[in-house]
Design a protein around this ligand. Structure first.
Ligand SMILES: Nc1ncnc2c1ncn2[C@@H]1O[C@H](COP(=O)(O)OP(=O)(O)OP(=O)(O)O)[C@@H](O)[C@H]1O
Length: 209
């Protein structure tokens, strides 16, 4: 369903990633690799927020040929999200929910289960890094994307919130077949995600391990 073909990403003529042919079926994937190996670059390219050479297709929809349709199929939470400090959490959620055609009951479920009610109407400028991380995760879960990309989702999350996030991932995957790509330096709980598959970003390419 996700297919990278003749993919090349260069920064200032320096080749960071070279992936000739990579196919990923529906599933939950752990993207591993040392610092600077290219994990965030890979996720941003799949998210459609970074230009590259070659093509990426989701269920045959090409980002190069049908960029608007493609971007509806994928949601992303970046490692260190930056949001405008003058907007509230509720305003951000409203924007994303409209853009992603999210059903009305979706956001309240995520806000309550992650226990964000006490600050969701506050401006984002006062949010801690963990509060911002939770908001970025809620935004990534809005709508019904085929693929959800979570860059370092475990960072800054407390133990209780991590368990809630694991529940969201496994529920969405089992109910809707959503594919997840999770980059993480911390080990992911394989008891909670038994079918986890691992991809290693190393020496400018990506391989299954
Ligand atoms: N905007 C940029 N301009 C130039 N080089 C960049 C840029 N962004 C990333 N790089 C380089 O691309 C390489 C891959 O970076 P990337 O952030 O994708 O790695 P990563 O695997 O996510 O790292 P980490 O585990 O430290 O988060 C690094 O060598 C980095 O210096």
């Amino acid at each position: 369903m996700l297919h990278l073909e003749q993919f090349r990403k260069l920064y200032n003529e320096f080749l960071v990633l070279k992936i000739d042919d990579l196919r990923m079926e529906q599933g939950i994937y752990w993207i591993k690799g040392i610092n600077g190996s290219g994990k965030s670059t890979l996720l941003k390219a799949i998210a459609g927020i970074l230009p590259f050479h070659g093509d990426i297709r989701i269920n045959g929809v090409s980002i190069q040929k049908q960029p608007v349709v493609y971007r509806k199929l994928v949601n992303v939470a970046e490692a260190a999200p930056i949001f405008p400090g003058f907007l509230t959490g509720t305003e951000m959620i409203r924007l994303f929910a409209a853009a992603k055609d999210a059903p009305p009951q979706q956001a309240p479920y995520f806000i309550e289960s992650m226990k964000m009610q006490t600050y969701i109407n506050e401006p984002l400028g006062i949010y801690s890094s963990g509060m911002l991380k939770k908001l970025s995760l809620v935004l990534a879960f809005l709508g019904n994307a085929e693929i959800i990309l979570l860059d370092e989702p475990l960072v800054t999350m407390d133990t209780e919130s991590l368990q809630i996030l694991y529940t969201w991932i496994t529920e969405r995957h089992s109910k809707s077949g959503t594919t997840f790509l999770l980059s993480s330096h911390q080990p992911l709980e394989t008891q909670v995600i038994p079918a986890l598959r691992t991809l290693l970003v190393d020496r400018q390419t990506v391989t299954y391990i």
